[in-house]
Design a protein around this ligand. Structure first.
Ligand SMILES: [Zn+2]
Length: 331
């Protein structure tokens, strides 16, 4: 299935999205590394010292630790765990505005051994990796050098850079939320809710906003408008969240929740205004089905929300059938 997502748009950017959006995460290290890599590559450098990547990496984990758990409750932390060091050094690092010596050393030790080995790996798939490599670890153990590759520079300098940063942050927030759900696990069992007024995904139990709908799903539609298919650049284009099957159709299909994630797709505001209450075109339905299939590759809880929609309506065969079924109700 990840193969299909890549085939829709076989670029370095899609490999990046496979790595960042579709992994199974028990810790959030990948997101901190992704953010640090985008930051380093944006400066256009080819080689950097591990130290210079480890600083931003460690600091962004420390900042996130202050807000939410960074590991699944299923993970039993050992004493040598990098997060244990990060917790101990957090207060001083924040005060200092940069990592303490101990924190930096711990990051430099753990990164090449752990997160940098796993970043390119696809979930499941017995050791398979995403089609592009974004860095190579070189140099002697005492002074590791990170070679930032062409594909990474291409991704970091692409016009979609603001979207990539926003979707990474959204995914990070969603994963944190699933860690915080803890023993009750209601979130993991019941999926997420959407607050239509603010267009944010919320934690059902605690009614807490977690990420914008746009930021949370845009990566799964390759950063493109759900209506015209052209790139949709966060922070540049005016964006609306389109009800693919218009909300006004609720009278025709009262049993189906049209306000849920499955039916919401970010679009250019002008495209959305022009579409108005018209039924979706075949192209829009195809894009929606592919987008939803892509979300199904991304572990809880966004995926869970979609699974529940399918289950509620007795569908097992995925989004093509479900969406066609809804379309057929329009006559
Ligand atoms: Zn558009």
């Amino acid at each position: 299935m990840t193969v299909e997502f890549f085939r829709e748009e076989p670029t370095a950017r899609t490999s990046w999205r496979l790595a960042v959006l579709m992994g199974a995460n028990v810790r959030t290290y990948k997101f901190a590394l992704g953010e640090a890599l985008l930051g380093a590559a944006a400066q256009g450098q080819g080689d950097i010292l591990l130290k210079d990547l480890a600083g931003p990496y460690a600091m962004s984990l420390v900042e996130h630790l202050a807000q939410a758990p960074q590991a699944s409750p299923k993970v039993v932390a050992a004493g040598a765990d990098f997060l244990a060091v990060a917790r101990e050094e957090a207060a001083e690092s924040m005060r200092f505005g940069g990592p303490t010596e101990k924190l930096l050393a711990a990051a430099m030790k753990s990164m090449p051994a752990m997160v940098m080995r796993k970043f390119h790996r696809l979930r499941g798939d017995g050791g398979a990796e995403v089609p592009h490599r974004f860095y190579e670890v070189t140099g002697p153990a005492r002074e590791r050098v990170i070679r930032l590759t062409g594909p990474l520079l291409e991704v970091a300098l692409s016009e979609q850079r603001p979207s990539l940063l926003a979707e990474l942050a959204a995914r990070w927030g969603i994963v944190e939320m699933s860690f915080a759900a803890g023993v009750g696990r209601s979130l993991v069992e019941e999926g997420v809710a959407v607050d239509l007024e603010t267009l944010r995904i919320t934690d059902k139990e605690r009614r807490r906003p977690v990420a914008g709908v746009t930021e949370a799903v845009i990566g799964f539609q390759h950063g493109r408008c759900g209506i015209c298919g052209d790139p949709l650049i966060l922070g540049v284009d005016e964006i609306a969240v389109d009800h693919v099957f218009p909300y006004s159709f609720r009278r025709l299909m009262p049993a189906i929740d049209l306000d849920a994630i499955w039916n919401l797709a970010p679009a250019h505001r002008p495209c959305n205004a022009q579409k108005s209450n018209r039924p979706p075109t075949p192209g829009q339905l195809t894009r929606l089905a592919m987008r939803n299939e892509a979300i199904m590759l991304s572990p809880h809880p966004l995926k869970r929300t979609l699974q529940l929609t399918l289950k509620r309506h007795g569908f097992r065969d995925g989004w093509w059938h479900f969406i066609q079924g809804v379309r057929d109700q329009l006559g």
